[in-house]
Design a protein around this ligand. Structure first.
Ligand code: SF4
Length: 111
């Protein structure tokens, strides 16, 4: 966007990203662990995606992001992100129900 010759970049949070024929869902930047080898100590994301979130995406925002994808082309839909998805377990449960209603394979990566 350009206003008065000033370029303004509007960065969107990455809620969904592709890797390994799967679609990954990024819902939190928090973790109950503090591993010395954690990727968050060295990078802002994986596979070229910046996974730092400016806000915690709501259930509706996650589903809205999923609705923009061709979900049938993925082998699995995976809760992962950089950190621990179960810290937002209500989102995991609600979105999993939404995905299972569409007969999609769901996986949870957890510590
Ligand atoms: S995301 Fe995984 S590696 Fe990183 S601190 Fe949490 S448990 Fe450890």
């Amino acid at each position: 966007m350009v206003i008065n010759n000033v370029i303004i970049l509007i960065l969107m949070d990455t809620i969904c990203y592709e890797a390994y024929k799967n679609l990954y869902i990024n819902i939190t930047n928090r973790c109950s662990g503090n591993c010395i080898f954690c990727i968050r100590n060295f990078a802002d994301g994986v596979h070229g995606y910046d996974l730092r979130l400016s806000t915690k995406p709501s259930i509706d925002e996650v589903i809205e992001a999923l609705e923009k994808q061709n979900l049938s082309k993925y082998e699995e839909i995976v809760f992962a992100g950089l950190w621990e998805p179960t810290l937002r377990f209500e989102v995991v449960l609600a979105v999993t129900q939404w995905l299972k209603n569409r007969n999609l394979k769901v996986r949870l990566n957890t510590n």
